[in-house]
Write a new protein. Sequence first.
Length: 116
Amino acid sequence: QLQASGGGLVQAGDSLRLSCAASGRTFTNWSLGWFRQTPGKELEFVASITWNLGTTVYADSVKGRFTISRDKAKNTVYLEMNSLKPEDTAVYYCAAGPSGLRNPYWGQGTLVTVSS
């Protein structure tokens, strides 16, 4: 089970940290990540991290602004979002998969709204 939290309403330029607490299993060799979706648009990949090595991948649209990390002791993945823009407004979903994130398990979404 994946439980996402941390969304909210912020102004452009602000920061926000999303959390995804995982329970029910260990994630050895898994990948975890974040996707986002706005109404009328396709689901967009944001960032991912491998549980073991902590290898990260970012979408070009968030590189340099967002940081994904994981806390093994807390079984939690974080998405630190800085310099937020109105175009970052979306429902953010955390995901986890044993073979990358092609067919992951999904958590519920958390809404991030960035006002200009």
